[in-house]
Design a protein around this ligand. Structure first.
Ligand SMILES: [Zn+2]
Length: 309
């Protein structure tokens, strides 16, 4: 039987699954920590070898990795959460070792592909996938193609300037959407306001998470409610710009912060309507929640592997 091996390489875990020729039920799957004995690329290779089927043929290996990934040339330029990953010739290393076709993409783009082909985006030709968790990421399907750009570096949805000179982003620039609307940004804003003397149910909590913030907001904490409103307002502003550029028929939201529901989405939609240049962009525009959860990346990678082999 023909099989595919899909990998989701993250800053904490490397997940892998073996899939049959058709369908999305894995034959087997496994997860190891990214950090440990050996480099991340050695650990990835060992995991593939460990999962290699005894019988049948592996048609292709696919991988999703965080950071700047040149999917055309198979190179990981940089993966901020994986020390030592700089200009790694990923495809070459894996092709040399396993002698099968290897495809690689940015993890957010792989999740976008997964949601489009197998999840919430099925049937749409133009869509935006936006994931809001520790960071903000996403991808774009435009006229039935995953938008990659010249070097495969499109589309860094979170590193989009919404407030020039604003808070410092993890990338080193200021005022990016990720620095204003991620779970990390929501928690940081609450901490800063508490330090400035604003009362909150969270004032005794030394390490606030966005989940703590959502719980406090549900209890009526004004600062927590304001923190989500601020994040949602900037998301709405950015989304208006994405709609102006891409004119999709669907926006898919994923990531833990979106579970906060109306706390985030009521201000988001109000801001979107304020910033959109024509109501025409909103006609027939659908909003959906991501359907594949944590498996979006693996299933997107599987889709890419099947498309290219
Ligand atoms: Zn940034």
């Amino acid at each position: 039987m023909d099989t595919y091996i899909a990998l989701d390489i993250g800053g904490t875990y490397i997940r892998a699954a073996v899939y049959p020729h058709l369908g999305i039920q894995p034959i087997c799957q496994k997860k190891i920590t990214t950090h440990g004995k050996g480099s991340a690329i050695e650990r990835t290779c060992d995991l593939i070898a460990d999962m290699w089927p005894d019988a049948g043929k592996v048609k292709a290996i696919g991988a999703g990795a965080p950071g700047a990934v040149d999917s055309k040339n198979g190179i990981v330029y940089s993966a901020p959460n994986i020390p030592g990953w700089k200009n790694v010739p990923f495809r070459q290393v894996l092709t040399d070792r396993f002698q099968v076709p290897v495809v690689i993409g940015n993890d957010a783009n792989m999740a976008t592909l997964g949601e489009w082909k197998l999840g919430a985006g099925q049937g749409h030709h133009n869509l935006i996938y936006l994931t809001i968790s520790t960071g903000v990421g996403g991808g774009v399907i435009i006229e039935d193609h995953l938008l990659l750009g010249e070097h495969g570096l499109a589309t860094e949805m979170g590193h989009f300037t919404v407030l020039p000179g604003g808070p410092l982003c993890g990338c080193g620039q200021r005022g990016h959407l990720e620095a204003l609307s991620s779970g990390t940004a929501i928690a940081r804003y609450i901490q800063e306001q508490i330090q400035a003397g604003v009362p909150s149910l969270l004032s005794e909590n030394p390490s606030i998470s966005s989940r703590d913030a959502a719980e406090a907001a549900a209890k009526g904490d004004e600062l927590a409610v304001a923190a989500f409103a601020r994040a949602g307002t900037f998301l709405g502003q950015a989304l208006a710009d994405y709609l102006h550029v891409f004119n999709p028929s669907l926006v898919i939201f994923g990531g833990g912060v979106t579970l906060s529901g109306d706390l985030l989405f009521t201000p988001l939609h109000a801001s979107l309507e304020r910033h959109i240049i024509s109501p025409q962009y909103l006609v027939d525009l659908e909003f959906k929640t991501a359907a594949l959860g944590d498996d979006a990346g693996l299933l997107g990678t599987l889709t890419l592997a099947r498309m290219t082999s």
